[in-house]
Design a protein around this ligand. Structure first.
Ligand code: HEC
Ligand code: HEC
Ligand code: HEC
Ligand code: HEC
Ligand code: HEC
Ligand code: HEC
Ligand code: HEC
Ligand code: HEC
Length: 677
């Protein structure tokens, strides 16, 4: 402020000087940490919180969050480095010490053995990975990991993360390949305030972070304003007026207990919330604990999830048809399916967010909300109380192994449905333990235990399965699921892309309803039911979504429309193309934050087309994960984008090509039944 005032009162030359000086002064004076309440909050690092919040800091210090990534030192490297050797498809990897340095001799990008110093550890239990510095600011994750479990459990050994697979240099999954590049594939979930800082022109990274690990601000958001508030608070002075003092300067208010609490309902034996849960907590965790694409530039913790991320739906390869975990999907997409999520349960009900440990051991965890007299008894689970067969989680959260040895629990917290194993071939908790018994046996046993129980209820898995395998009634089943508001949003959303190859005019009501659905996840999936729809209908259907308040919805709509030839549309429909143009203009404004004054009559059409292409380019860049700073260089993307498009049959929607680059395109867009082509 002083700078501006001075500048005005002097002649221009000295004003320049003074301005320059002021900048220097501002840069060199020790700023009280983000003291100004009207400045955007900045990240200050976990150490800055330690002094005032010792209890939370001490709990967090030893947590897996705090150990997610560390400099490789004698204290942090768990692996037995002393001349360990491992052979895999004829390649011998050797670990050894070189003075203070931890070294590995491994096959490099050229296939020959090289000696690399280990820069960082990644993860801690049940396994630890190691990162190695490469040119261009890259860190690469070694494909051989240390099994840190105790010896009795088979641990304390090196092992291959892709056993039985021979990954050659050049393969994206090879440890020197793109899929193992920390900056691109791993970093934003394992560190705090991470900025990839990828430079397209030089193909290099200058990745930066505040905390190497998952620090306080990864959940609480940038803390400078809170620290300023606390300092003012402890000194007795007031926090500057007109600020968020009521929330102590915290940028992400995580307290789920603002309104409402849990109260036992003795009739059902299940607790209920007195008021609906209003909290950013679940979405804060979901930022990292979900399989997703990032669709915003450096989203801040607590930002509405669908404004920052596009989650994977219940897709084949990631989830079983009935929504159980299959690929590595973390927890959020599962939890969204559960009745507990619908009732307002969140992650911190079971996990202390600071130690990341469970709030209670064994069945006591569930007894917080499920009366033990009703559920922790043989009358409910039909096993000896206290035995493994009587553990709530063993039936309601069965495990699957990831990274070879890490058994993760399915967070859809569902009722075991062996009957679905019989009809859909999905796994069930009973025969996971009783491996020698068929699903039919478990189905009959459960039916005997709970006559009239939910075991016979219709399940969304049946419709998703029909969609996946293409039964004769797939379209009707999917339509019904999409329209069924009692079902969780994620299976309903998942039905929409499955509907695409079958959709006939009969599906119009379901697709239209999805476009207006109150749940943004369903709206975001709606355009994915449209590939192959003739352009006029497609434009009518998808255009309103371009100005949806939720970014994920806008992006999916833009992606669907990127394939549309609006020139042809204009010829066919006259004036309505210009209203479409204004929708796209609005979408642009929201997506880029730039107002495009392009839809003037004279040039309207031309710019419209190039604008659309840019939307496609945008979606492509997003799908690559290199979004953000590279916008400047859109042309490069465009070139690659167009090449992809040209090398494919014209009938293939461009949006599918975009997906192809993301290795998700099945390549085949089957013609729609019913619609004239
Ligand atoms: C100078 C001391 C100080 C520092 C540094 C500080 N805080 Fe605080 N913090 C406080 C005080 C005082 C309160 C209010 C506590 C109360 O009234 O119960 C508070 C409250 C909070 C709360 C809300 C507690 C509640 O009642 O819900 C959170 C969350 C929090 N701090 C997180 C952080 C984080 C994260 C950092 C580091 C970025 C940090 N604090 C740094 C002093 C500090
Ligand atoms: C910035 C990303 C990020 C955020 C935000 C985040 N986590 Fe994590 N979380 C991780 C990573 C990465 C790991 C694995 C760390 C490791 O094992 O090295 C992890 C591990 C965990 C674990 C396993 C701990 C263990 O001991 O095995 C739990 C539980 C967990 N997180 C819960 C939560 C909850 C609850 C929230 C929200 C309140 C949350 N996380 C928010 C990234 C995050
Ligand atoms: C979408 C966020 C995300 C990305 C991207 C991600 N991780 Fe993780 N990672 C997690 C979470 C969350 C956990 C904790 C386990 C869980 O949630 O199931 C974890 C756990 C781990 C662990 C600890 C061992 C374990 O199984 O718990 C290692 C090692 C690890 N990740 C390595 C990687 C590597 C290497 C990459 C990049 C190739 C990567 N992660 C990418 C979120 C992520
Ligand atoms: C994984 C996410 C996560 C991380 C990391 C995290 N917190 Fe929290 N913190 C939360 C959540 C969620 C709550 C609300 C807990 C509740 O009331 O259920 C919370 C609550 C708090 C509170 C209020 C008192 C309490 O314990 O409920 C303080 C103070 C706090 N955190 C400080 C910190 C500090 C300091 C750090 C770093 C050392 C930190 N937090 C790291 C998620 C996190
Ligand atoms: C914070 C409270 C809370 C905790 C803790 C809790 N639950 Fe729940 N649970 C609920 C509520 C609420 C419902 C939904 C009741 C409804 O829909 O009427 C529910 C429903 C369920 C259901 C029915 C699911 C379905 O699809 O029919 C199962 C199974 C379940 N919980 C198991 C567990 C297990 C296992 C644990 C411990 C790991 C647990 N719950 C911990 C509150 C909780
Ligand atoms: C041996 C497997 C098994 C164990 C162990 C088990 N359950 Fe269940 N649970 C089931 C089955 C099967 C159903 C479905 C019952 C039916 O069809 O009526 C069920 C249903 C439920 C429901 C839904 C009830 C409703 O009203 O919708 C809740 C809640 C639940 N279990 C909680 C628990 C808790 C808490 C524990 C641990 C104390 C537990 N279960 C242990 C198998 C088990
Ligand atoms: C009803 C209780 C409950 C809720 C709610 C819950 N979890 Fe868990 N979670 C568990 C249990 C039980 C385990 C198994 C822990 C163990 O075996 O040590 C677990 C394990 C984990 C793990 C370790 C890896 C794995 O998947 O087994 C992570 C990470 C995790 N939870 C994150 C989350 C996140 C994020 C949320 C919210 C989206 C959440 N959890 C909600 C009970 C819960
Ligand atoms: C965590 C492992 C585990 C799970 C999950 C489990 N059981 Fe069991 N079950 C056992 C064990 C161990 C016994 C041996 C007796 C005991 O401990 O009660 C047993 C005993 C039984 C028995 C009586 C003995 C027999 O073999 O005929 C039946 C019936 C049974 N289970 C059915 C089921 C059904 C149905 C489910 C799913 C709803 C289920 N179990 C889930 C471990 C499990």
């Amino acid at each position: 402020m002083t700078r501006a005032r001075h500048a005005k009162s002097s002649n221009s030359k000295s004003a320049l000087w003074e301005a320059a000086l002021a900048v220097v002064v501002m840069l060199t004076l020790p700023e009280p940490m983000g003291a100004r309440a009207d400045q955007p909050a900045a990240f200050v690092g976990a150490q800055a919180c330690a002094g005032c919040h010792t209890a939370q800091f001490d709990a967090w210090k030893g947590s897996h969050h705090a150990l997610a990534m560390q400099l490789a030192t004698t204290a942090t490297v768990l692996g037995d480095i002393a001349d360990a050797r491992l052979e895999h498809f004829g390649v011998t990897t050797t670990f050894y010490r070189n003075g203070e340095k931890f070294m590995v001799r491994a096959d490099g990008p050229d296939g020959a053995l090289h000696d690399y110093p280990i820069a960082y550890t990644f993860g801690v239990y049940p396994l630890q990975q190691y990162l190695i510095g490469f040119p261009g600011g890259r860190l690469q994750a070694l494909g051989i990991a240390w099994d840190s479990r105790p010896k009795e459990q088979g641990g304390q050994r090196w092992f291959e993360l892709y056993p039985g697979q021979q990954l050659k240099p050049g393969d994206p999954l090879h440890w020197t390949g793109r899929d193992q590049t920390w900056n691109y594939q791993c970093a934003d979930c394992h560190s705090t305030d991470l900025k990839k800082n990828y430079d397209l022109a030089s193909n290099t990274y200058a990745t930066s972070w505040t905390d190497l690990d998952v620090g306080c601000e990864a959940c609480h958001g940038p803390g400078s304003r809170h620290v300023a508030w606390a300092k003012a608070h402890t000194e007795g002075s007031a926090y500057p007026s007109g600020t968020d003092a009521s929330r102590m300067g915290l940028t992400n208010w995580l307290k789920p207990t603002d309104i409402g609490h849990w109260e036992m309902n003795p009739e059902t034996g299940i607790a209920r919330r007195t008021e609906k849960l209003v909290s950013t907590e679940l979405e804060t965790c979901a930022a990292c604990h979900s399989r997703r694409k990032v669709i915003a530039n450096n989203p801040t913790p607590g930002a509405p999830y669908l404004d920052a991320y596009l989650p994977a739906l219940l897709e084949s390869g990631l989830y079983r048809a009935d929504g159980q975990i299959d690929g590595e999907v973390y927890e959020y997409g599962s939890f969204l399916q559960s009745r507990m999520h619908a009732a307002g349960v969140a992650c911190a009900n079971c996990h202390d967010p600071h130690s990341a440990k469970l709030r209670a051991e064994g069945n006591a965890l569930c007894a917080q909300c499920h009366l033990p007299e009703k559920f922790d008894v043989a009358a409910h689970h039909h096993h000896r109380p206290g035995s493994t067969g009587g553990q709530c989680v063993n039936c309601h959260m069965p495990t699957k192994n990831y990274m070879v040895i890490d058994a993760r629990r399915d967070h859809s917290i569902r009722v075991p449905r062996p009957d679905l194993s019989v009809s859909l071939g999905t796994p069930n908790a009973c025969t996971q333990c009783h491996a020698d018994r068929p699903a039919q046996w478990a189905t009959e046993t459960v039916a005997g235990w709970y006559p009239g129980g939910p075991k016979t209820n219709a399940h969304y898995g049946t419709a998703l399965h029909a969609g996946r395998i293409g039964t004769a009634d797939a379209e009707q089943q999917l339509d019904r699921l999409i329209l069924d508001q009692r079902q969780p949003a994620i299976p309903r959303a998942s039905a929409l892309p499955l509907l695409a190859p079958y959709a006939s005019p009969a599906s119009e009501p379901a697709i239209k309803a999805a476009i207006r659905d109150p749940d943004p996840l369903v709206r975001a999936a709606a355009p994915r039911a449209l590939p192959g729809t003739p352009p006029p209908r497609l434009a009518d259907a998808a255009a309103p979504l371009l100005s949806d308040p939720v970014r994920a919805v806008r992006i999916e709509a833009a992606r669907a429309l990127a394939a549309t030839d609006l020139l042809a549309l204009q010829g066919a429909r006259g004036s309505s193309a210009s209203s479409l143009g204004s929708e796209i203009g609005k979408a642009f404004e929201m997506i880029y934050g730039v107002r495009l004054r392009v839809f003037k009559l004279k040039f309207g059409l031309k710019v419209l087309v190039s604008g659309l292409q840019s939307v496609g380019v945008f979606a492509f860049a997003v799908s690559r994960g290199d979004h953000g700073s590279q916008w400047k260089d859109r042309n490069r993307y465009r070139v690659r984008f167009d090449q992809r498009a040209r090398s494919r049959p014209r009938s293939l929607a461009r949006s599918s090509c975009i997906r192809a680059v993301n290795r998700r395109c099945d390549g085949a867009v089957r013609p729609n039944r019913g619609y004239p082509r």
